[in-house]
Design a protein around this ligand. Structure first.
Ligand code: CTP
Length: 232
C-alpha cells in the first residue's frame, strides 16, 4: 500500500482525522429494475466513483454507511455496507441509514421501473412481443434534500449529463434541492462511465468550480477534503 493509504487506514481505525465523529451516507452503483425473475433493466454505472468516495471519507475518519446497488467492484473494507437491488430498495435503505451529518448520492438510480414486473419468467409467444409499461421511481436525492426534519447538514448529488452539462447540472441542483452537485459529462467519448477517470465541475450556491480530469480516487479525495472543511 502507498504511505497515504496506510495513514488513511490507520486514521479510520483510530477514529482520528478531520471527519472523526461524523456519520456520512454514500449511495453508489446502478440499480436493477426487474422485468421478471431472470431479467432486469440497468445502466452502465460500475460503482467506481461512489466506492472511491466512501473509501476517501472513511480515510478521513468518518463513519461511513455505504448503500450500494449491484456494482462491478467490491465495496471498501471496514465500513457498513447495505446491498440493494432496485431504486425503491435503495430509498428504503437510505432512509433507514439516516440520520447522518452528510449524504453523498453517487448512485446511478434508474429513473423508471417496469410497472408490473412479472413474478414468472415471460415466455416467447408466437409472433408476439412483450409490451413493457414503465412508471417513475422515487427520487432518492430529492426526497432526502427535501426532508423537513433530520435532513443531513450537507447533501451532495451528481449530475450525469451528455449535453449542456453545466446548465443542466445547475438547474438540477436547484430542482433537487441539494447543496452541492458534481456535474460530469457521461457522453461515451469521455470514457467516464465505467472508466477509471472523471472530469467534474462542482456546483454550489456560490457558483461553479471546474476540476481538471483526474482519477476517480483523486476526485474522491478532493471531495472528501471539501466535505471535511464544510462540516468543520
Ligand atoms: N438520483 C436519485 N434518485 C433517482 C434519480 C437520481 O437519488 N431516482 C440522484 C443520483 O444519485 C444523482 C442525482 O440524483 O446524485 C442526479 O442523477 P441524474 O441521473 O443525473 O439525474 P436524473 O434525476 O435522472 O435527471 P435526468 O434524467 O433528467 O437527467
Amino acid at each position: 500500500a502507498e504511505p497515504l493509504e496506510i495513514v488513511a487506514a490507520a486514521q479510520a481505525r483510530l477514529g482520528a482525522g478531520p471527519l472523526a465523529g461524523k456519520r456520512v451516507l454514500v449511495t453508489s452503483g446502478p440499480t436493477h429494475e426487474p422485468i421478471d425473475p431472470v431479467r432486469y433493466i440497468a445502466n452502465r454505472s460500475s460503482g467506481a466513483q461512489g466506492t472511491a468516495i466512501a473509501r476517501a471519507l472513511s480515510g478521513l475518519g468518518a463513519e461511513v454507511v455505504f448503500v450500494t446497488g449491484p456494482a462491478d467492484i467490491p465495496p471498501p473494507e471496514g465500513i457498513e455496507v447495505v446491498r440493494v437491488g432496485s431504486a425503491r430498495e435503495m430509498l428504503e435503505a437510505t432512509q433507514a441509514a439516516l440520520p447522518a451529518d452528510a449524504a453523498i448520492f453517487a448512485a446511478a438510480v434508474a429513473d423508471w421501473r417496469v410497472k408490473s414486473a412479472s413474478d414468472r419468467k415471460l415466455k416467447k409467444t408466437k409472433g408476439g412481443m412483450p409490451a413493457l409499461e414503465f412508471e417513475e421511481n422515487p427520487d432518492i436525492l430529492a426526497t432526502v434534500s427535501g426532508m423537513e426534519s433530520g435532513r443531513p447538514a450537507l447533501v451532495v448529488g451528481f449530475a450525469a449529463e451528455t449535453d449542456d452539462v453545466i446548465d443542466n447540472a445547475t438547474a438540477k441542483r436547484q430542482r433537487k434541492g441539494c447543496d452541492w452537485i458534481l456535474a460530469n459529462d457521461v457522453s461515451p467519448a469521455t470514457g467516464i462511465m465505467g472508466g477509471q477517470e472523471n472530469a467534474v465541475t462542482l456546483i454550489t450556491a456560490d457558483g461553479a468550480e471546474e476540476w481538471p480530469r483526474m482519477t476517480k480516487a483523486q476526485v474522491a479525495d478532493r471531495l472528501a477534503q471539501k466535505i471535511a472543511d464544510a462540516l468543520a
